[in-house]
Design a protein. Structure first.
Length: 237
């Protein structure tokens, strides 16, 4: 496996916990990603029943509100909405666009995402790439845009653009941020969502040594989740 320039999680003693914590790879807990904690919309809604009866006019207003929410639900589940939501999640639109253009050019140059996966992360005997999804990795420094690769052997993330990281000798260098998690080291993987905005969905992964990773802003969330579960089923079998 190619480890050059990355911060891979391979074995319990290989993962750089200090670097992981700096970028937001927290020890396991029931907490949502940092980007959610900073969002005023991520609050638990009150579901206490009202002690007041509604009039016919209020009933009509409630019905209109229900229909409007239903219409908005269909809209927010559309592909176009998810693409817009994915782009808007980044801290700077210009930086996100540059990263996506650079990624697109690289995909064409390398002949597809599967070739990029092999070049960046290597490929084990019998390993098969199941899905490559554009998303964000949640960190304390903010969400990092990149691609999540899901294979039969590992889950790997590579940022679209280079970010500043400390080198072993203490100097700061710029390089793509990479995370590699073997599927047999994933203790738990589950879906989550913003309670105020159910269309904002997340995937939480917890490793054997209790580090957690949050991925969000998927353009094809259902497909990513399906293939992640498929990858983990190979471990169980």
């Amino acid at each position: 496996m190619n480890n050059d320039g990355g911060q891979p999680y391979q074995r319990d003693d290989d993962y750089n916990a200090e670097d992981g914590q700096r970028l937001g790879m927290r020890n396991c807990g029931a907490s949502p990603p940092v980007t959610l904690l900073l969002s005023p919309s991520f609050q638990h809604a009150s579901h206490e029943p009202s002690s007041f009866s509604t009039t016919s006019t209020e009933d009509e207003d409630l019905e209109k509100s229900r229909k409007m929410k239903k219409h908005q639900g269909r809209k927010t589940n559309s592909f176009a909405y998810r693409v817009r939501d994915h782009v808007r999640m980044g801290p700077k639109l210009s930086e996100i666009v540059k990263g996506k253009l650079k990624l697109g050019a690289k995909i064409i140059q390398k002949g597809g995402r599967e070739n990029i996966f092999k070049e960046v992360f290597g490929e084990m005997d019998g390993e098969k790439l199941l899905k490559a999804s554009q998303c964000y990795l949640s960190t304390t420094a903010g969400p990092i845009a990149g691609v999540l690769f899901i294979s039969t052997q590992k889950v790997a993330f590579c940022s679209d653009r280079s970010i500043t990281l400390p080198s072993p000798n203490g100097h700061l260098i710029r390089k793509p941020y990479k995370v590699v998690i073997p599927t047999n080291k994933i203790k738990e993987a589950k879906e989550s969502e913003n309670v105020e905005k159910p269309t904002q969905k997340y995937i939480q992964m917890v490793t054997d040594d209790n580090f957690e990773f949050w991925f969000m802003g998927f353009v094809r969330y259902e497909k990513a989740l399906y293939n992640l579960r498929k990858a983990l089923s190979f471990v169980q079998n």
